[in-house]
Design a binder for this molecule. Sequence first.
Ligand code: FE2
Length: 279
Amino acid sequence: MSVASKLPSVAGIGLRTPHIAQVRRDRPAIGWLEVHSENYFVDGGPALVALDAIRADYPLSLHGVGMSLGSADALDSGHLRRLKRLAERIEPAAISEHLCWGRVDGRHLNDLLPLPFSDEALTVCCDRIDAVQRALRRPLLVENVSAYLRFGTDSMTEWDFVAAVARRTGCKLLFDVNNVYVNAVNHGFDPLRFLGAIPGDAVAEIHLAGFDASGPCLIDTHGARVAPPVWELYRATIERFGPKPTLLEWDTDLPALEVLLDEAKTAQAILEQADALAA
Ligand SMILES: [Fe+2]
């Protein structure tokens, strides 16, 4: 592979199928790309060929949605095997998953479901993360998710849970700024408390996305531009952690590629301001 094996601390975008042909043709100036791992769990065919071609031009991150790290079910060994095979082929700069669950009694629920923040759930997640990291022989990046409920049995805050996962397993964190903001509004906490509890050297990637504010609570749709208070929280994040690889995610109502690139430009400007201040 001809490009860096580590994500650069610059802005990237989530690459979705409708944009692949344009990216291959125009090779836009963007620092790196991220794809959903499961979309490439195939033995061959045009999707993998396209990914190989893109990987030759850009650092690439594999972002999973189906590992179900917090499920009480045993880890899905077939899922892990397919991820490992894809990683061996693509040699991604990062592999990430979500701190959530989505599988019960062998059935997969197509959502990133919330965990109770308990010692028991922490042990389950850490065991699964240890197993994934052993299989992949590299640190996994684990992402904080948006959640629309909290459990009465929670014995710690979300930020203490996330920090404990990183401390216990040595995994890296994918710090999703939008998810922190959505949860802060929906559950009534100060997002700076979350930010302040996260060990900066564990953070290997940042996500930014847009939410829907039309209902009684914020919904993390990944279907809009990043909201002003999320940009503000991102600035505070970069001030605290220093420049980090930052990804613009957009999954619903996907706009033209140029809109994603424009959002990435805003993130890049914030990263460069932080660099200039540090110099
Ligand atoms: Fe995210």
